[in-house]
Design a protein around this ligand. Structure first.
Ligand code: GLN
Ligand code: ZN
Length: 730
């Protein structure tokens, strides 16, 4: 039995990756400097691997994103120097970003024209993949996954054929240079694939990869594969399966067996959640695997169940966590340690160490038993919203086309510095609080001056829309340096849910009520919704996603009720992540949405005259609109400017009769809102929804923008609202 690990985070122990990239972008280091720095970080990664595991891929490192690199390798994204390479990632015409299989990692989406002829431009790639050595498999994103993640206009089958031919060339060239094995990641194999897609995969794999049958290690992860029999027929020496995300792979193997001439790389350590493994329980699990027909200790390797880059580098970095809390946790380096421990325990060594390590993890089952329960969503008939509308109109007295913003305002340098000083105890709480109050009061003044209709307090007290709440709620812990890459050099620290969620004290009351005390206009009581808090945290309470969501909903509903009691008339529950946690396979989605919608509705349970808003910002509603309609809100604000309002089509289809605020200003762009685009979106929306249903607002929060541009664009928003009122006025 051997240990195999892959996907170790590239961020570096001290976020060196982020620093190097940003240094290069700011012109502080040269191309050579950047490459050296990054290969140094790769060395550090490899040392982690070497310390604990037998096999790991080489060539996993990238200067930005591995999907982009694959596009580079096969001639889709040519470039001459690194400036040009980074144009694809962050230039004016940068590639679109998308979530990688419902995780919080964003990849760059290559665009592949119909009939494109791939070619092997891999010398460029080799520069970054110098460490390809004979014994370590060379790392690749698989051809099917690459194409599935790309924007392909048509001719998928022939593109896949042409692409595989080039993979074959790459393997051939590397083999000549002494590379013995190829690690191929095909997470797209776990999606709901059609019979013809499976046939296509089988056909091209056999057509091109048969000569490398003994060299290929083929990996699937994030869920189980529903066509194992065909998967086993593909040319490969080893197959990686995920035994953590669900229990289907094991069940199928127990029925069908495993080909005894192949190696099973058994993914049994969770790479997505930093929970500590109960080693002895994992040993039991392996014994069950060994009893599958065709499997024995000889042809099982043990591994992480999915890449490790979803979790932070090492627990060693955490100084504030108590030892008792640390006992729940295991970051990427510790996961490698778990693999080594597991291997030794299996051969009769280190049993005592394993017992000690398990700590609190003990008795928590590692495998998820699929939680397929469907909940009642508490949803109400559409005419209920008409009734609410009447009450709310009277209560709020808003004009047609009310103008508003989504919540946050610029988090400028001064604010970030004050927050840092406060966190490091360099300024007293009273000084910091006064500073935040000052920010709020000048924002209220600004909104009065500009003439917006519904105000916000600016969210200056929040560093991050999830971490802020996690720090105040019981049952969730946060880390000092548990950073994870979300894309490029962007990092965030996911909070960790470890116990029952409790609202120990008010979360938002102080700032929001202060803001409301300064104006007669309604100030929205804005907070992050239960599904998004859960989606952007790690949940260590296994099989309890729905339960945690309901607990969060209870806490947040209490907050909303307190706000309302103190005079807040509009509550906004942000749920930008509701689609993110959606399971990859269709048949699991109903259960997911049933608890997600129910959690939202529990949060939103308020007197009818209180207007409930929700905000979501991603660009595809068509496949989830059915569930969105079950959510109990009166107004929804969405991102719409990039699609010029096209995104509202999904709402049109279901004859949406509540109120909607399609964003008219793309806040991810450096450029101010464009009048023409704004008008186009509004025109479309009025036509679809009617003049009494449309709000005017930006796509999303403004925290990453500068004050100057914000003022320019908000002025345009207010002007637009006024023009619309004159034009369509009652
Ligand atoms: N209220 C939040 C803000 O304005 C919403 C952010 C989001 O949807 N991502 O920042
Ligand atoms: Zn948003």
């Amino acid at each position: 039995m051997k240990t195999y690990a892959y996907g170790f985070p590239r961020l570096g122990k001290n976020r060196e990756y982020k620093k190097s990239l940003e240094d290069f972008w700011q012109g502080n280091i040269s191309e050579k400097g950047l490459k050296e720095a990054v290969s140094g970080i790769d060395q550090q990664r490899q040392n982690f691997y070497k310390q604990f595991v037998d096999i790991f891929p080489s060539g996993e490192m990238t200067l930005y994103d591995n999907i982009l690199d694959t596009a580079v390798m096969f001639g889709v994204c040519p470039f001459e120097n690194l400036q040009e390479y980074f144009e694809y990632a962050r230039g004016r015409n940068a590639l679109e970003m998308m979530k990688f299989f419902g995780t919080n990692y964003h990849y760059l989406v290559p665009v592949i024209p119909k009939g494109f002829k791939f070619n092997l431009a891999y010398n460029k790639l080799l520069e970054y993949k110098k460490n390809l050595s004979g014994n370590n498999p060379a790392y690749f994103i698989g051809p099917f996954t690459f194409l599935k993640l790309s924007r392909v206009k048509g001719g998928f089958n022939s593109l896949l054929d042409s692409l595989c031919r080039q993979y074959k060339n790459a393997f051939g060239r590397l083999k000549k240079q002494g590379v013995k094995f190829f690690h191929i990641d095909e997470p797209a194999f776990v999606l709901d694939l059609t019979k013809s897609e499976i046939n296509l995969i089988t056909k091209v794999y056999k057509k091109y990869f048969l000569p490398f049958k003994q060299n290929i290690y083929l990996f699937t992860y994030y869920e189980s594969v529903s066509w194992l029999k065909d998967l086993f027929s593909l040319p490969s020496a080893a197959i990686g399966l995920d035994f953590v995300s669900d229990s289907q792979n094991l069940k199928t193997l127990q029925k069908t067996g495993f080909p005894k001439d192949k190696i099973l790389v058994a993914g049994i350590i969770n790479g997505r959640i930093p929970d500590r493994a109960d080693i002895l329980e994992r040993v039991d699990f392996l014994k069950r695997l060994e009893s599958v027909k065709g499997l024995s200790r000889e042809n099982i390797y043990i591994s992480n169940a999915m890449p490790l880059f979803h979790i932070p580098v090492t627990l060693d970095n955490e100084k504030s966590l108590t030892p008792a809390k640390k006992k729940y946790l295991s970051f990427a380096a510790e996961k490698l340690y778990e693999l080594s421990l597991l291997k030794d325990v299996l051969s009769g060594r280190r049993a005592k160490e394993a017992g000690k390590w398990a700590g609190t993890a003990k008795k928590q089952r590692q495998s998820l038993s699929s939680d397929n329960k469907t909940f009642n969503t508490l949803s109400l008939r559409e005419d209920y919203f008409t009734k609410r509308r009447k009450l709310q109109d009277k209560f709020l007295g808003l004009p047609l086309f009310p103008s508003t913003t989504i919540g946050s305002f610029p988090q400028d340098k001064e604010l970030r510095q004050m927050r840092l000083k406060f966190r490091k105890n360099k300024i007293p709480a009273a000084v910091y609080n006064k500073f935040i109050e000052k920010k709020i009061s000048s924002l209220i003044e600004l909104q009065e001056k500009m003439g917006l209709d519904v105000f916000v307090h600016g969210e200056f007290e929040r560093s991050d829309m999830v971490e802020f709440f996690a720090q105040k709620l019981g049952g969730i812990i946060t880390t000092d340096r548990g950073w994870v890459i979300s894309y490029g050099s962007r990092v965030y620290r996911p909070p960790i849910i470890i116990g029952p969620i409790k609202r120990k004290k008010p979360l938002t009351l102080k700032e929001i009520l202060y803001a409301q005390s300064l104006t007669s206009r309604p100030v929205k009581g804005i907070f992050t919704g239960p599904v998004t808090i859960l989606a952007w945290s790690y949940n260590l309470r296994r099989n309890e996603d729905s339960k945690v969501a309901f607990e969060l909903a209870g806490a947040l509903n209490q907050e909303a009720r307190d706000l309302v009691k103190k005079g807040i008339k509009i509550i906004q529950i942000d749920e930008p992540a509701i689609k993110e946690r959606m399971p990859l396979k269709e048949k699991k989605r109903k259960s997911y949405f049933s608890w997600a919608v129910r959690a939202f509705n529990l949060t939103a349970k308020l007197p009818d005259k209180i207007q409930v808003h929700t905000h979501m910002c991603y660009s595809e509603f068509s496949d989830i609109i059915f569930w969105i309609m079950k959510m109990n809100f009166d107004v929804i604000t969405i991102e719409a400017s990039r699609s010029r309002g096209g995104i509202t089509a999904a709402f049109k289809k279901v004859k949406f009769s509540r109120q909607i605020g399609p964003g008219v200003w793309d806040i991810h762009s450096k450029y101010p809102a464009e009048e023409e685009v704004m008008r186009e979106i509004m025109k479309k929306s009025v036509r679809i929804f009617g003049k009494d249903k449309v709000w005017v607002n930006p796509d999303c929060g403004l925290k990453t923008r500068g004050w100057e541009e914000v003022i320019i664009s908000l002025r345009k928003i207010v002007d637009l609202a006024k023009t619309l009122r004159t034009r369509y006025g009652r």
